[in-house]
Design a protein. Sequence first.
Length: 453
Amino acid sequence: MAQHRYLLPEERIPDRWYNIAADLPTPMPPPLAPDGSPLQPEMMTAIFPMELIGQEVSQERWIAIPDPVREIYALWRPTPLYRAVQWERALGTDCRIFYKYEGVSPAGSHKPNTSVPQAYYNAQAGVTRLATETGAGQWGSSLALACSMFGLECKVYMVRVSYDSKPYRRVMMETWGSTCVPSPSPETNAGRAILERDPESTGSLGIAISEAVEDAATREDTNYALGSVLNHVLLHQTVVGQEAVEQMRMAGAEPDVIVGCVGGGSNFAGLAFPFLAEKFAGRDMRIVAVEPAACPTLTRGHYGYDFGDVAGTTPLLPMHTLGHGFVPPAIHSGGLRYHGMAPLVSHLVHTGQVEAHAYPQRECFEAALGFARAEGIIPAPEPTHAIRQVVAEVERAREEGAARTILFNLCGHGNFDMAAYESYLSGRMVDLELAQEELDRAAAEVAGMPAVG
Ligand SMILES: *Cc1c(COP(=O)(O)O)cnc(C)c1O
């Protein structure tokens, strides 16, 4: 009988995170203060605890995971690695396809891997309330979960279009004791300014971040938490890849290709970074980041410094960007609709260590249906992009007469995303390509920013 599932015992939950900054062949450009001057870590203490600021700038290769965090990880970690035996048969391929499944967390995605340590370090620092933004609701629900476990209050600014179309994610947050309001909201200066100009605004992650940062910066008891993009978030996600390295060893397989979808870059980094360490050491493998054609940050965006939010209150980050004023079209992959990209992922794409591809959403759902009918798990809309790329890799291997080993991150399940599947199945889903004028607008927006390197 073919083996489908590779499980690690509980004591194999990683006891440290892997910090790729220690191993980069070329160093990262630094973040800058909003006025372009060097960023001092102290400038971040209004919204982040010192432990997380230290991790953000750390050059140490390994950072110990605190025991209380590992204890909560043990509720769902180590997560399973599957070999997609049934899907391989359905595709008629000689390639071996493996996937790491992060949908077994209570929130249904990889995000609690970082929400739990973030809540923990804030609680340790005496903070009693966290403010954050959420797009599709996965981050908001993951932070709500973590805050309930460490006794913190939590306020979530949810992008209006998702607040209206995904009510169950909001109910999840409320079930875990958090408060969730649609963004733009009348509760912050940033939100009021947007609503004055456009009362019908459907919101964006950039707007919601401005609101949450303002909330945290103006309240003594409150810090801010971000679910992707920043170095410390990607760091926390490396538990995924560390487990996968061991599980691939159990399976007697070495990946030739590693695939992950990218919104801000955290699930991709979590799986890929521990393998990238092997690539830096000389092992031949391709590492592929996949994004929606409607929000093509890596494949069509500008690489340079930009703000993380629409109001221009965050530090300037060196990243691929569609401009901080970007309001993405309302595609179903809410988690992939951010204007920027993790500086670490941008840097790796810029230096040729990582490839990037983009696909329109219908062919992603088509591929996901094939996957779901063979493997059973219904993927979240975001990882359907990774699944689409795996299909492309299978076709490429067939053309080249090679059988490859492919590993991808199935970073969440889609059980709250039936509206997206409904839209695909009923034929109402449309593909949106980003217009060149949007890209030109973005280029003009970042024209005055400092260049990278
Ligand atoms: C948030 C989310 C994403 C996008 O964020 P990344 O930081 O790029 O991982 C992708 N998939 C799922 C399931 C998410 O919840």
